[in-house]
Design a protein around this ligand. Structure first.
Ligand SMILES: Nc1nc2c(ncn2[C@@H]2O[C@H](COP(=O)(O)OP(=O)(O)OP(=O)(O)O)[C@@H](O)[C@H]2O)c(=O)[nH]1
Ligand SMILES: [Mg+2]
Length: 216
């Protein structure tokens, strides 16, 4: 009998960005995603502001050179609250990352997350880029991820700005990690309709595979 050996690997993915850009929604929809479903409004309605590190474990698959791989995506979702936002009832990004720093052993992919309906959330990625230095390594991959793609009427971030932003991001990554051999790409999704989630799964599985190959 010819039993195909299946390789398994696990990767850590952190979405970071301003509050309300859809980091928690993204992780929820990813763990409930099916390619024939087109509305995740019921999941989005149940999402509230993140006050602590949230975990979602999402299994996916990948074929490389015709070999099957099982990839477990561990999403670690921090709050989007900055230190000086002044909400005493919830923890900030820095507080949560400090508390969990020993749990976060390595990060395979950072999702720089913004809402396509908020130019401010896009511009603020500069701030978030500076907040993640201690969590990344030379194999970490980066995705510039726009949410709210379904809000066609209210899009505030143009394709040109996205490409410029990606260039800037890549430049900053190379400055901070001179021996960086990861990759940087952009993707725009809707957490409401699941648009481009299949692409996101493929990107993430591929990025985790590469990252783990570079640093096993
Ligand atoms: N229409 C639409 N709504 C979205 C999308 N993504 C998120 N939302 C809504 O945006 C709001 C904020 O989403 P969250 O997932 O809580 O955002 P977050 O980035 O986790 O915010 P913090 O936990 O405060 O850092 C929620 O009311 C979601 O229902 C999207 O792609 N499309
Ligand atoms: Mg959240």
């Amino acid at each position: 009998m010819n039993v195909e050996k299946i390789n398994e690997l696990t990767g850590y993915v952190i979405p970071i960005g301003n509050g309300a850009v859809g980091k928690t929604s993204l992780a929820r929809v990813m763990s409930n995603f099916t390619s024939d479903h087109r509305n995740y409004g019921h999941l989005l309605n149940g999402v509230s502001k993140t006050k602590n590190l949230e975990f979602e474990f999402i299994p996916t698959t990948l074929r490389i050179a015709d070999k099957p791989h099982k990839v477990l995506i561990q999403m670690l979702v921090p709050p989007g609250q900055k230190e000086d936002a002044g909400d005493q009832n919830s923890r900030s990004f820095n507080q949560v990352m400090d508390i969990f720093q020993f749990y976060i052993k390595r990060v395979d992919v950072i999702l720089f997350t913004y809402s396509l309906t908020s130019r401010e959330s896009f511009n603020d990625l500069m701030f978030w880029q500076n907040a993640i230095h201690e969590y990344v390594n030379e194999a970490t991959h980066f995705i510039l991820l726009g949410t709210h793609k379904d809000h066609i009427e209210n899009i505030e971030v143009t394709e040109e700005q996205i490409l410029k932003g990606l260039d800037y991001l890549e430049g900053e990554v190379k400055k901070n990690l001179p021996r960086w051999v990861g990759k940087c790409t952009h993707l725009e999704v809707s957490n409401l309709t699941g648009e481009n989630f299949l692409k996101l799964f493929a990107y993430l599985a591929g990025a985790i595979f590469r990252s783990r190959k570079i640093i096993p």
